[in-house]
Design a protein around this ligand. Structure first.
Ligand code: 5RP
Length: 242
């Protein structure tokens, strides 16, 4: 079993019967879809799932999972997804794919957001290995670029992997891959959200409840410091994680 499969299996083993489960996107999320489907078949686990992408929806359908539409949801128990980078505070970077908008939506909506990954995704600070994805409405590209330049942020319009046409997300937007001038992920999560035309960005700050990380066949579970959520709580107990 690979480390991705190990982390995915550990997450699937924690899903209680009756749960509504959000499915992430990517190779680790695919392992989770397979592991969850095995639990449904072997353990008679009863779950409904909602997908963050067309690819995950197709994979879930193939695996025989019971899928509901995102627009029908009024509650989501847990969202399970991979990540591109995980910092020591369990702020994570996502957005190398096309489905950032739905991924962030599900991470915010879920009562619990679990990250599954091989431990190689851990970094000292967000942006260490990858630029930060900033998804912008196409007609706001110039406004967004200027505001980012004013903030001393270097931005590059993402192209297709062959370097030809621009990259279009599943929500029909463009992506600016940005390099931040400092490493305070919480600060930049708030600042990037205020840039005109920004639909979403790849910093998932104060959202992760649990990270299941595997390395060389060993699994570790990390939890955020209690104050990560407490500091961000409002009077009604909700959080404003972005
Ligand atoms: C897609 C993502 C993926 O979850 C992230 O890229 C991890 O992918 P993989 O599990 O294939 O390493 O954020 O937007």
């Amino acid at each position: 079993m690979s480390d991705k499969q190990l982390a995915a299996q550990a997450a699937a083993d924690l899903i209680p019967t009756g749960a509504c489960v959000g499915l992430g996107t990517g190779s680790t999320a695919d392992c989770f879809i397979e592991a969850l489907a095995r639990r449904v078949q072997q353990d008679n686990l009863m779950v409904t799932v909602v997908a963050s992408s067309v690819i995950s929806q197709i994979n879930a359908e193939r695996a025989g999972l019971s899928i509901v539409g995102l627009d029908t949801l009024n509650r989501l128990d847990v969202y399970v997804d991979g990540a591109d980078e995980i910092d020591p505070d369990l702020t994570v970077l996502k957005g190398r794919g096309q489905d950032l908008v739905k991924e962030k939506l599900l991470a915010k909506a879920a009562k619990e957001f679990w990250i599954i990954a091989d431990a190689g995704k851990q970094v000292g600070f967000l942006g260490e290995n990858f630029p930060i994805a900033v998804e912008v409405m196409p007609y706001s590209l110039k406004l967004a670029r200027q505001k980012l330049a004013d903030l001393d942020v270097k931005a590059e319009l993402r192209k297709q992997p062959d370097g030809g046409n621009v990259f279009i997300t599943s929500a029909g937007n463009l992506v600016l891959d940005v390099r931040l001038p400092s490493s305070d992920a919480g600060l930049w999560a708030r600042r990037l959200a205020l840039v005109p035309g920004v639909v979403e960005h790849g910093i998932f700050h104060q959202l992760v409840n649990r990270a299941l990380l595997a390395s060389g066949g060993d699994l570790r579970t990390l939890y955020p410091e209690a104050e990560t959520f407490a500091a961000n709580s409002t009077d009604d107990g909700s959080t404003d994680g972005d």
